[in-house]
Design a protein around this ligand. Structure first.
Ligand code: CUA
Length: 654
């Protein structure tokens, strides 16, 4: 074992050494890029629009950021799994339920892999899904409002990493567990992991009309780590592929103990077969407890439903549904080419890429040529399913995307590079350094039948000297390569937010004309909405004070309120009566144990305040909405708890 630890240390050091040497060539390559037409290629003139949207996962920010390509300009941060004071998401009464889980209110997560909805294997621009890795959840974000509309918790899962990938008609968003756990959870010795823990792969159906998610079934797999996954497409539609590591089922020092087997597996799951089994009454309903949070655009309000059971499927009960494809050296990325023929497993401790053939896999299954089994699941022979090996010469392959022109692009973490190679011949065509330690990469549509192979974005884990230093930690860096020619050309660096693990991109044309500009007031069904400022009012219900407030440039109605007492709980229900694009108003109250609210035109939002001190306390608009934004303010008089001052409110009166 000591030997293996040593060799891992050497591997780690090699990585560092390569990073350092890149540091020098980084400077040179910059000059090279400037000397060429690179600047022209990323220049989007003032007032002009980018050609592509790029949605970058925010990693430990819990959010999703929206960028333009090729400019690298950030347009929006969409709050998903984390409270976001910039808009009040997760603070307002309407959005707090979005962050409910079976563990209570969880205001943070680790967002990893966004994927855009598809129809017939092509991006359709309706929704984007992303996983919460830490407290397993899947979110659906509308690509008209660019807001999170739904979050479903995934029970029996832990480290929701091989997620959230979409089948080619958005039948399912798939979420696989990274960590295996006791299912159901129970108090037991950790050392009894082997053969007792299980890994769940969840197939979450998506309602084609509204996008609502529901866990159709969970496949209870052996206790391996399920790392990444991708759907089959075209000819392999109906299958899903998951990389595994820790097939050793180690429970400690995985760095060493999960690197013993020469080959781990890609699990090939025929979900159509399991769907049929389930539709015919198959599977076992199991007690569970998980949150399903849905935001309603007409009431501008989210509600939580706690679900109490989940359908589980034992793979051994559905013969022909699951096979293991041996794949060298703890594979990480699991990518399927646009034709659906090739399944690429990137062995992160290997120098070579393994490409499996879907046709060969089917032939081997039909011939029943197995090489043993693991927990009853047939293992196919490596040689029987192998389409080819890419001898790349790089180190630490992680992820692969496709350009739709017969080429694949693979990132190498240790040797810090992107390698372009040809599907079918496996020859390496080009390689370019990345700065530094690249993880995922993204070509718009690169995970679909129809990629838009003009740019590839490399998402780097280490930034070092790429930007001006800002203390011990730098924002992660992304790099854009022009891939329209035979050779890749590095054309731009831009900082990203949080830690982008993966990204999804699409042509701007697909989304820009559908983007919502306002919420219509006449469609506002919020129970505390007021349809015009003259309906503004203040009501007392015991110690609760409900303020139905209106905002319009540049005042609140009402703006003077008296009769509030220490010990009250004040609800500000604020309707923005603007019907103009890009005119939100903000609201904030001194001493409030919450964030501000940002209320979109036509929307109603609520936050609360529990006044603790007697006095006259101001509130104001936080968003610079007009020339008289600074005048957009008001006062609340707070009297002692035993005061008999009547509740009253006014605007513009002496
Ligand atoms: Cu309304 Cu500033």
């Amino acid at each position: 074992m000591k030997k293996l630890i040593n060799s891992l240390i050497v591997l780690a050091l090699v990585g560092t050494a390569i990073s350092c040497s890149n540091s020098e060539s980084g400077g040179k390559s910059n000059k090279g890029a400037l000397a060429s037409s690179a600047a022209e290629k990323v220049y989007v003139a003032p007032g002009e629009h980018d050609e592509f949207y790029a949605f970058m996962s925010g990693g430990y920010s819990g959010n999703l950021t929206v960028y333009g390509l090729p400019s690298g300009r950030m347009f929006k941060e969409i709050p998903v799994f984390s409270q976001f004071p910039t808009s009040g998401y997760g603070y307002s009464e309407e959005t707090k339920p979005m962050l409910n889980t079976s563990f209570g209110f969880v205001p943070w997560d680790d967002a990893h892999h966004p994927d855009i909805s598809q129809t017939n294997g092509e991006l359709d621009g309706r929704w984007i899904f992303i996983n919460g890795n830490n407290t397993p959840r899947i979110a659906r974000i509308s690509l008209t409002t660019f807001e999170t509309e739904e979050i479903i918790e995934v029970p029996n899962s832990a480290g929701n990493h091989s997620s959230s990938f979409i089948t080619e008609n958005t039948e399912y968003v798939v979420a696989g567990t990274r960590f295996s756990v006791p299912i159901p959870q129970k108090d037991m010795p950790i050392k009894d992991y082997k053969s007792n823990f299980k890994g769940s792969l969840s197939f979450i159906s998506v309602d084609p009309e509204h996008g609502h998610m529901d866990i159709k079934f969970q496949l209870m797999m052996p206790g391996f780590n399920y790392d990444l996954s991708h759907p089959g497409r075209d000819k392999s539609h109906g299958w899903f592929f998951f990389t595994t590591y820790n097939t050793e089922e180690a429970n400690s020092l995985l760095e060493v103990n999960a690197s013993q087997n020469d080959k781990d597996f890609i699990a090939a799951v025929n979900w159509k077969k399991i769907e049929e089994y389930v539709n015919n009454g198959g599977g076992t309903m199991m007690p569970a407890n998980y949150a399903h949070n849905v935001y309603d655009e007409s009431t501008h309000t989210a509600t939580t439903t706690m679900k109490k059971e989940v359908l589980t499927v034992d793979p051994l009960k559905v013969p022909g549904a699951v096979y293991f494809l041996p794949t060298p050296k703890s594979p990480h990325g699991c990518d399927v080419d646009p034709s659906g023929q090739y399944i690429i497993g990137n062995g992160k401790l290997s120098a070579d890429l393994t490409v499996h053939s879907f046709d060969k896999m089917i032939a081997a299954i039909e011939a029943e040529k197995f090489d043993g089994e693991a927990y009853g699941i047939p293992i196919l022979k490596f040689e029987d399913v192998l389409a080819g090996t890419v001898k790349s010469g790089g180190l630490g392959p992680l992820h692969t995307e496709f350009d739709g022109k017969g080429n694949a692009y693979t990132t190498f973490f240790i040797s810090s590079e992107v390698v372009k190679w040809k599907l079918g011949t496996w020859e390496v065509i080009d390689r370019k350094p990345t700065y530094y330690s690249v993880g995922h990469l993204m070509i718009p549509g690169g995970n679909s039948r129809k990629p838009f192979g003009k740019y590839v974005v490399a998402m780097n884990k280490i930034t070092k000297d790429r930007y001006l230093p800002v203390g011990p930690e730098m924002e992660h860096s992304a790099q854009i390569y022009d891939i329209s020619g035979e050779k890749m050309e590095l054309i731009y660096d831009f900082p990203t937010h949080g830690e982008p693990h993966y990204a999804a991109g699409c042509p701007a044309e697909l989304l820009k004309n559908n983007a919502k500009k306002i919420y219509r007031l006449d469609e506002n069904k919020h129970p505390y909405a007021i349809t015009s400022p003259d309906q503004a009012k203040v009501e007392r219900k015991g110690n609760e004070v409900h303020i139905y407030m209106s905002t319009i440039r540049s005042h609140f109605t009402p703006d003077n309120i008296e009769g509030v007492k220490v010990g009250d709980k004040v609800y500000f229900h604020i309707t923005n009566h603007e019907q103009d694009f890009d005119v939100p108003h903000g609201f904030s109250m001194i001493g409030q144990n919450s964030s501000e609210l940002l209320i979109m035109p036509g929307q109603t939002k609520t936050n609360t305040w529990e006044p603790k001190k007697v006095g006259v306390w101001p509130f104001y608009c936080t968003d610079f909405c007009s020339a008289l934004h600074q005048e957009m303010q008001g006062y609340i008089r707070v009297s002692p708890a035993d005061s008999d001052i009547e509740l009253s409110w006014s605007l513009g009166e002496d």
